[in-house]
Structure formats: structure tokens, C-alpha cells
Design a protein around this ligand. Structure first.
Ligand code: ZN
Length: 282
């Protein structure tokens, strides 16, 4: 297992930790200001959200690399299934893949969307997911990008996801068997899974992202009350050991949706705490 106690080049910021995934949340720093603040603290990379990038993907990607970091990934695809699939899904998916490539990011994260309207349970929705993913995988391969299926905590079933565990995401990977498709492991979503280490052992070569935060024992908002690493009950070291045991050597991306706490603080303070907790708790 990698030793982060003395340095943190593997640490990446997901800008959702500063509220940048939601309109009106956070301090509203520009991508440039975020890049400078992360570089000054020795972060190794940044993951952005599409809403921050607009038409400036190439310039922002170049700016990250000029600061000595990498763009780790881009969040996220439109929903592929469920009640909120965009009318022009193929076009939106292509735009997201092209934005990822223009940023110079290797990975675009997929949140699948929920159970398809008119269906119940998961089986029919999984068929549709695979059908809609196949052309996106081809498009991603052409663009030199990989797609990471991120399973979400079951409480997000219905409208946001149809994949609840690492095992679920691997099953879709197995069905498509496409070199551009892998998974993202987010501790918020998978910490509770008693079979997680077994599933991760089967994920060798297919883990494309690792997302950090913590699960607060008294979570007050399922979406927007994630904890800082060390403040909750997830066994972060054990999960990372299993992720790295499956061969993952990439960035560890801190992704904390926290409307009532961390998003209200000065972003510089948040970044300082992230770096410290990363070295000591992860
Ligand atoms: Zn995540």
C-alpha cells in the first residue's frame, strides 16, 4: 500500500468539495484560482465538473498541466436510464466525451440514472443501460477516453442509479467487455458493503477512479452531507488497501458534497484540511 504520510502527489481535488457541482453553492472560485490553490498545496491533480468547463476545456487542461498537475477526470455523463435521460442522449454523451478529451483527462465518470419509466426493478433497465452504453464506449475509445461506471449507495436507487455495488458495476462491464469501460470506487457509496473486498479483487485492471470522503454516523442529508476523511465510520485504509490490491495506482480524489459544513468554509481552509487528513487518515 502506498505511503501518503510524507507527501501527497496522489491526492486530487474533485471540485465538488468546494461546491462547484451545484449552482449557487460554494465560494465560486474560478477554475484558475482552484488550480493555483491546489498546486500551492502540492496536490497532484484535479477533477472538474462539466458545468465549470464550458467551452474552455483545452485552456483549463493546459493550465492544470502548466501548474505541474494532471486533470484526473471529468464528472459526469448525462443519465443513461431512468426518468431524467436527456432527449438528445447520444449528442450529450458525445459532448461529454469530447470535453473529457479536450481537457486531456483520461476518465469520464458515469452515473447511470435510475430505473427506466414503465419498468420495475433492475433487469430491464440493465438491458437498456448496456444497449445505450455500447456506442458511448466506442465513441470514448475513438477519443482516447475511458468511461467509469460509479455504483451509488442504494438510497439513490429509483431516479439516480441502477448500480448499487462494485459487483453490479462489474457485471455491466462483463456484459459489454469493452476496453474503454471500467468502474469508479467511491467510499461514500460502497463502504457499507461487507463483500466489497471480494468484489474489488475481481476488479483488477478495471478500477479507473477512487473517490474519498467519509460516511458520517449521523448523516443529515443523503446527497449533501458527506464527511471529511476521518470524521466518519468508513474504514478508509482497508478500502484503499483493497483498491490498491486490485492494482490501482492512480489518483485518490477527494469528493465531499457538504452544503451545511465544508461548502460554507473558506476554500483555502478546506484544501488545507483535505491535504492533512489525506496524509493521516486515508
Ligand atoms: Zn464519486
Amino acid at each position: 500500500m502506498r505511503d501518503f504520510t510524507k507527501g501527497h502527489p496522489a491526492l486530487a481535488l474533485n471540485t465538488a468539495s468546494l461546491g462547484h457541482n451545484l449552482d449557487g453553492a460554494g465560494a465560486g472560485w474560478s477554475p484558475e484560482r482552484v488550480i493555483d490553490a491546489c498546486a500551492a498545496r502540492g496536490f497532484g491533480g484535479i477533477t472538474f465538473w462539466r458545468r465549470e468547463i464550458g467551452s474552455r476545456a483545452v485552456a483549463i487542461g493546459d493550465r492544470v498541466r502548466a501548474a505541474g498537475m494532471q486533470v484526473v477526470g471529468l464528472c459526469r455523463t448525462p443519465f443513461l436510464t431512468g426518468p431524467d435521460v436527456p432527449a438528445a442522449l447520444a449528442d450529450e454523451m458525445k459532448a461529454a466525451i469530447d470535453m473529457t478529451a479536450a481537457l486531456g483527462a483520461p476518465v469520464l465518470t458515469i452515473v447511470t440514472g435510475g430505473t427506466e419509466p414503465g419498468l420495475r426493478g433492475l433487469a430491464g433497465t440493465w438491458d437498456l443501460l448496456a444497449e445505450r452504453l455500447a456506442p458511448a464506449c466506442d465513441r470514448a475509445a475513438e477519443a482516447g477516453v475511458r468511461l467509469a461506471l460509479e455504483p451509488l449507495n442504494p438510497m439513490f436507487g429509483g431516479n439516480r442509479t441502477c448500480l448499487f455495488t462494485v459487483a453490479d458495476a462489474l457485471e455491466i462491464c462483463d456484459r459489454l467487455n469493452h476496453p474503454a469501460l471500467g468502474i469508479a470506487v467511491d467510499v461514500y457509496h460502497v463502504w457499507w458493503d461487507s463483500r466489497l473486498s471480494d468484489s474489488l479483487a475481481r476488479a483488477r485492471g478495471r478500477i479507473l477512479g477512487y473517490h474519498l470522503c467519509d460516511w458520517l454516523a449521523a448523516t443529515s442529508d443523503m446527497l449533501l452531507d458527506r464527511g471529511m476523511m476521518g470524521d466518519g465510520v468508513a474504514d478508509l485504509r482497508a478500502i484503499r488497501a483493497a483498491v490498491e490490491g486490485a492494482g490501482y495506482t492512480g489518483a485518490c480524489e477527494v469528493e465531499i458534497f457538504s452544503a451545511a459544513n465544508w461548502w460554507r468554509r473558506d476554500p483555502g481552509e478546506v484544501l488545507d484540511v483535505i491535504a492533512s487528513r489525506f496524509r493521516n487518515c486515508c
